[in-house]
Ligand binder design. Structure first.
Ligand SMILES: *Cc1c(COP(=O)(O)O)cnc(C)c1O
Ligand code: SF4
Length: 360
């Protein structure tokens, strides 16, 4: 059996619950003993090469969710470097053309009333399917301190912006006081009505959601929290607790999954994920079709397969558990909903049309 018996440094119950400990003890070297087993020297070489291009980071907590008896474990697939990431790939690094919609470095303004601030390039765990791999794989990072005044100036000068998305990287890798400074400056702009935080912390480092963080976030409401669970195995006691703490602070938590081959591209797994989220009161918001980003080809399904899966789900699942399956495209049109294009749904509609026509 290929059991990875990775040894964490001295762990106690207390430091396991401490997000700083989790962050500091992230697995970052593919050659860490016990991480990859039964790999030939050539395979190990390719894995190391992959991690040179796209770094490796896994929190001990996220690693502990792996079922080591499962060769194709969905957690492992999301966080272990795979040489397929560096195979020749025609896909662009920035398919959404975000880089040409940055009036300020690392600040994306694609839709008139919403903007997205990349406040850090660091994440607790690097997702192999990330659509912003180009940021965290680049060695040069610009500090937030240097960019924040520019961002604030831009938002202040653009009154059509009513919602600011605090994103990354993972903004919750920042310290509480840094986040608070950011929230204070954004809240000081009168036309910014809504704040939104995008963070995978509840799934990959749930101990980051502390009482102090919740106290801070609570002060800057309306603040919406979007996270990313991709597989039911990620819904644990700890992650439910994290979401519950946010909810108790009056912060709605929604989920944005990515449709990933070998992780959640079956109706059964997707249904378990959606029902699992509904059970912890997290609203499934979007299911993203995997962007055509370089280094993610092995995760991509085709749209037809995604639509067939979503139609299956739509026919059997509670409406409260249904995300909108969307395709992100460059430009300012917004995400394109894919499920409404389903032929079957159109057929159903046609079947009922004459009934409604009678009464209108
Ligand atoms: C997705 C996205 C948003 C938010 O879009 P919603 O449909 O409101 O969730 C805003 N800005 C950018 C650049 C985005 O990619
Ligand atoms: S947490 Fe988000 S930004 Fe970070 S690697 Fe994962 S998908 Fe990308």
């Amino acid at each position: 059996m290929n059991k990875a018996i990775f040894k964490f440094p001295e762990t106690t119950k207390t430091n396991w619950q401490d997000w700083h400990w989790q962050f500091k003890n992230r697995i970052t070297r593919p050659e860490a003993p016990g991480l990859f087993l039964n790999k030939s020297a050539a395979e190990m070489e390719r894995i190391k090469q992959t991690a040179t291009v796209y770094p490796l980071a896994i929190t001990p907590y996220y690693f502990s969710l792996i079922n080591q008896d499962n060769e194709t474990d969905p957690i492992k697939r999301q966080c272990f470097p795979d040489f397929q990431e560096i195979l020749p790939d025609e896909s662009p690094e920035d398919p959404l053309d975000e880089d040409s919609h940055m009036p300020v470095p690392k600040f994306v303004h694609r839709y008139p009333d919403r903007c997205l601030a990349i406040v850090t390039e660091i994440c607790a765990t690097y997702c192999r399917h990330c659509n912003r791999k180009r940021f965290w794989s680049a060695p040069r990072k610009i500090s937030l301190k240097a960019r924040l005044p520019q961002m604030i100036r831009y938002i202040s000068a653009n009154p059509q912006i009513r919602e600011v998305i605090i994103s990354g990287g993972d903004p919750l890798t920042l310290e509480d006081h840094v986040l608070e400074e950011l929230l204070v400056s954004l809240r000081a702009i009168p036309h910014v009505e809504i704040l939104r935080i995008g963070s995978r912390a509840p799934a990959v480092m749930p101990m980051r959601i502390t009482p102090n963080l919740c106290r801070i976030l609570k002060r800057y409401r309306p603040l919406w929290f979007n996270t990313q669970f991709n597989h039911p195995q990620e819904i644990t006691k700890e992650s439910s607790r994290a979401c519950n703490m946010l909810q108790e602070a009056g912060i709605p938590v929604s989920n944005q999954s990515v449709l990933l081959k070998g992780v959640n591209d079956s109706a059964e797994i997707m249904k378990n994920l959606l029902y699992g989220l509904q059970k912890i009161s997290v609203r499934p918001y979007y299911l993203f079709h995997c962007d055509p980003v370089r280094g993610c080809k092995h995760f991509r399904t085709d749209i037809k397969t995604g639509m067939a899966m979503m139609e299956n789900i739509w026919r059997q699942c509670s409406g409260l558990s249904l995300p909108q399956y969307v395709l992100d495209v460059p430009g300012s049109t917004g995400k394109i909903p894919l499920n409404i294009m389903s032929l079957a749904i159109k057929k159903d509609l046609q079947k009922h049309q004459h009934f409604f026509d009678k009464f209108t």
